[in-house]
Design a protein around this ligand. Structure first.
Ligand code: SAM
Ligand code: DTB
Ligand code: SF4
Length: 362
């Protein structure tokens, strides 16, 4: 089935504003067509470099200019990271996402260490994701060579509202990094935050920007703002669960193949609220008692919730394996001289065909 990219803000807003039950039903229907509704991916976050960031993101406790209580650290060692990854694996995680409070990646010994961390986690048979700020094309390539599976770089909100939240970089900078990641085989993880004082139009605007990417991001994290004392957003009201479910459902409908991740903010959600999010199409969570610097539900509580809901934990590289079988199908169709219907320009499928010496049709 062809993926629609040319969504308008009005179309997405109309979906977001549907009567709740209709929205839920429609999203659940799309979800079932594209995913196993009883499987959820579990990722673990690891803050490999905490605090002291020069950026001014209004939501972020790690920005040096805000006076928050977090304890800043230098870059973790490869051994520390390996130990944490093993802990995450034994707790059931299939992916480790390493976050650094950097504006952008700088070539040098610290980046070399991060590349070694990527190689090390890869050897543990886990998916590795990084979120390190802005990247050049060459840095994206080096991460790819080290075996990076995904790069997280959020658009966070609409282009219009972005200026209200961050002044030290622009939307274009974010899109440029996403473009650099897309030049490699590393999958793209990009989403945003709700509850920062943005309008519904801004929420729809962010989804337009993400859905128009071609290919759409392989994963989209939906965060509810965790208001942290000392940041400009410390007094924001908590996100109503209905808004979270609407946002997840709308994301699912406009990006049907994407893995939608219920990200920050789960400590404020009931199990019933989270169950509605899973029904509406969320199929990934961050597990572990800490996100990057703020609390997250207890892993044992999460596993109990999975048991009660009959949810299974996705195995590492399972989605990748699915993509591989699509590649095989494409290669077969290509061999017959037809243009594959699901071919995505510039996507790894086409590059793989090229690598196999097969012609990719325009
Ligand atoms: N420095 C890198 C960057 O900005 O891309 C990577 C780390 S940054 C902490 C990753 C993401 O965490 C942000 O894009 C934002 O979506 C999310 N985040 C940060 N603080 C948050 C908060 N208080 N509540 C919810 N999400 C938050
Ligand atoms: C994402 O979208 N959410 C995660 C991950 N990507 C890096 C980070 C959430 C951070 C929440 C605030 C904190 O713990 O510092
Ligand atoms: Fe720095 Fe990332 Fe936090 Fe912004 S979100 S202040 S770039 S760590």
């Amino acid at each position: 089935m062809a993926i629609k990219h040319h969504w308008t803000k009005e179309e997405i807003l109309a979906i977001y504003n549907k009567p709740f039950m209709e929205l839920l039903y429609e999203a659940a229907t799309v979800h079932r067509k594209h995913h196993d509704p009883n499987t959820v991916q579990v990722s673990t976050l690891l803050s490999i470099k905490t605090g002291g960031c020069p950026e001014d993101c209004g939501y972020c406790p790690q920005a040096a200019r805000y006076h928050t209580d977090i304890e800043g650290n230098g870059l973790m060692s490869v051994n520390q990271v390996k130990a944490q990854a093993l802990r995450a694996k034994s707790a059931g995680s299939s992916r480790v996402c390493m976050g650094a409070a950097w504006r952008n990646v700088k070539d040098g010994p610290e980046f070399d260490d991060v590349l070694e961390m990527v190689r090390t986690i890869n050897k543990l048979d886990m998916e590795v994701c990084c979120t390190l700020g802005m990247l050049t094309e060459n840095q994206a390539k080096r991460l790819e060579e080290a075996g990076l599976y995904a790069y997280n770089h959020n658009l966070d909100t609409s282009e219009e509202y972005y200026k209200e939240v961050i002044s030290t970089r622009g939307y274009e900078d974010r899109l440029e990094t996403l473009g650099n990641v897309r030049k490699t085989n590393v999958t793209v993880c990009s989403g945003g935050i709700i509850g920062m004082g943005e309008s519904k139009e801004d929420r729809a605007g962010m989804l337009v920007a993400l859905a128009r990417l071609n290919p759409q991001p392989e994963s989209v994290p939906i965060n509810a703002l965790v208001p942290v004392e000392g940041t400009p957003m410390e007094e924001q009201e908590p996100v109503p669960i209905w808004d979270m479910v609407r946002m997840v459902a709308t994301t699912r409908i406009v990006m049907p193949e994407t893995q939608v991740r219920l990200s920050a903010g789960r400590t404020n959600m009931s199990r019933e609220g989270q169950a509605m999010c899973f029904f509406a199409g969320a199929n990934s969570i961050f597990a572990g008692d800490k996100l990057l610097t703020t609390p997250n539900p207890d892993v044992s509580e999460d596993m109990l919730m999975f048991k009660d809901l009959g949810l299974n934990v996705q195995k590492p590289f399972e989605k990748h394996a699915q993509r591989k079988s699509v590649e095989k199908e494409e290669a077969k169709v290509e061999a017959l001289g037809e243009k594959p219907k699901w071919s995505r320009p510039g996507h790894k499928i086409e590059r793989n065909l090229e690598a196999q010496g097969k012609k990719v049709k325009a």
